[in-house]
Ligand binder design. Structure first.
Ligand code: SAH
Ligand code: MG
Length: 195
């Protein structure tokens, strides 16, 4: 009960401070996927304040999450939140740019939720750490609906980002090593299963 209230407080903090945590139906979909597919070892790129890693770890007592965050302020808040949930033994948070991190473990699921312009690079860097039959999940492929309809923005940088996300979607569609399914819930989620 205390945990539910605390999760709501984290959601409120994120909303008020513009921390882009997963949307409600998106995180529900992801945690259900983790449960249904008996996922135990998870890697997350982009922890922010620890919300999604806590939600994923709470699915089952034997789930382990490794999560990477490069922003020190968000990292510090995440560490505090993870401690409050007594999850420090199951969530390993790393403060670094993901591109500097070398891991020596393999994962059932890799969740890519960091800089949208670098998605192909994240995918190619971390796919070697995926187990056979494992899955790569990507968030924000709709990017507030802009990927479907770019005319909703006039901002040059945003348009650039939208094009990069489209490129990533094509990359997933054309990647023969994976079977990718796109879901229009949350802010757009892809599930890529390694063949
Ligand atoms: N997964 C979180 C939200 C992550 S928001 C949740 O749903 O609760 C994206 C985060 O990725 C930001 O905090 C940003 O600082 C971080 N990030 C972006 N690029 C990164 C990189 N190259 N390495 C590590 N973290 C990165
Ligand atoms: Mg996201």
């Amino acid at each position: 009960m205390v945990y539910i209230r605390r999760l709501e407080e984290i959601e409120k903090y994120a909303l008020e401070n513009n921390v882009p945590i997963m949307l409600k139906d998106g995180i529900e979909f992801l945690t259900k996927y983790i449960k249904d597919n008996n996922i135990k070892n998870i890697l997350e790129i982009g922890s922010a304040i620890g919300y999604s890693s806590i939600k994923m770890a709470l699915v089952d007592n034997d789930i382990k999450v490794t999560t990477i965050e490069r922003d020190i302020d968000r990292y510090n808040i995440a560490v505090k939140n993870i401690k409050e949930f007594n999850l420090n033994n199951r969530i390993n948070i790393i403060l670094d740019d993901a591109f500097n991190v070398e891991l020596n473990d393999t994962y059932d699921l890799i969740f890519i939720d960091a800089a949208k312009s670098q998605y192909i690079k994240f995918f190619e860097k971390f796919e070697k750490d995926l187990k056979q039959g494992g899955v790569i999940v990507t968030d924000n492929l709709s990017f507030h609906g802009l990927v479907e309809d770019e005319s909703k923005t006039n901002n040059r940088n945003t348009k650039q980002l939208v094009r990069k996300i489209r490129k990533y979607i094509d990359y997933l569609k054309n990647n023969d090593k994976y079977i990718t399914t796109f879901y229009t819930l949350g802010d757009g989620i892809a599930i890529s299963i390694k063949k």
